[in-house]
Design a binder for this molecule. Structure first.
Ligand code: ADP
Ligand code: MG
Length: 268
């Protein structure tokens, strides 16, 4: 009802950047887990046909039949699509390979930009969740548009590498277009710097550039490049369950803290 109003529940965040390998999925999995650790109820929607978020939560392929695809197709309600995970308080709508076809099939469908928003609308008011995190695919096609139309805000991961800001205007223009045409309340929640390498001067330079460009939209928390973070998905676990005390886990807990404080200030 109060979609877009700060403090409305659940708060729906699209995690988006059309570049692949910048840490979208890693952020979706681990920010969601860190939020759940503070007793927030969280749902992750895997909107990437590669299904990396589903793999990262240890959902086997045969367990992905009630998928995001069927949610977009209007075949099942949100409540049936969401699976429980190993993380208490965290549910996941998995993605199967069928989602790859959706990008094409959606083109001719009714309300093609609103399919995800429409699927969330009936369930969301009374859904037992505080946060929904949508893990978008690495493209600005109809799937990502659906994520942006369904969301209150966008969280943009940027990898600390030389081309971090390249293509960013394409993303911000897409966000503006979605705001103008479909979802006037859409805001940028924040920019999170990922895979920061303290031993590499370039990381520092890139971080400064990004802060210069986006100002205080950039979270103070920086996610370090950390081998435990990259190992965790092969064990089907968020890094917080795989190695609670590693630098990556600490960073995602800190990021969750910043997000929660953002909401307290906005809602006040
Ligand atoms: P995207 O979803 O944007 O394509 P991913 O989250 O899948 O990006 O990350 C790309 C790769 O980088 C993955 O192999 C992931 O494990 C690795 N990775 C992501 N974040 C980190 C990190 N902080 N430290 C080390 N490896 C990371
Ligand atoms: Mg991904």
């Amino acid at each position: 009802a109060s979609a877009g109003r700060p403090g409305s529940r659940p708060h729906i965040l699209a995690i988006a950047n059309q570049k692949g390998g910048v840490g979208k999925t890693t952020t979706a999995i681990n920010l969601a887990t860190a939020l759940a650790a503070t007793r927030k109820r969280v749902m992750v929607i895997d909107l990437d046909p590669q299904g990396n978020a589903s793999t990262g939560f240890g959902i086997p392929h045969e367990g992905r039949r009630q998928s995001t695809y069927r949610l977009l197709a209007g075949e099942i309600p949100l409540a049936r699509a969401a699976l429980t995970t190993e993380v208490p308080g965290l549910t996941l709508v998995p993605a199967g390979p069928d989602l790859a076809g959706a990008e094409v099939e959606l083109v001719d469908s009714e309300r093609r930009e609103h399919r995800l928003a429409d699927a969330l609308a009936p369930g969301v008011g009374d859904a037992d969740v505080d946060y929904i995190l949508i893990d978008c695919p690495p493209a600005l096609g109809l799937l990502t548009i659906n994520g942006l139309v369904a969301a209150h805000a966008v969280l943009i991961p940027l990898q600390c590498e030389f081309f971090a800001l390249e293509g960013i205007s394409h993303l911000t223009k897409t966000i503006e277009r979605v705001r103008a045409r479909f979802n006037p309340g859409l805001t940028i929640q924040g920019i999170v710097l990922t895979m920061f390498d303290r031993r590499n001067n370039l990381s520092e330079t890139v971080a400064e550039d990004v802060r210069g460009y986006f100002g205080d939209k950039v979270y103070r928390t920086v996610i370090p490049r950390n081998v435990r973070v990259s190992e965790a998905p092969s064990h089907g676990k968020p890094v917080l369950l795989y190695d609670t005390s590693c630098a990556g886990s600490k960073a995602y807990i800190q990021l969750a803290g910043e997000l929660l404080r953002q909401h307290k200030t906005l809602a006040a």
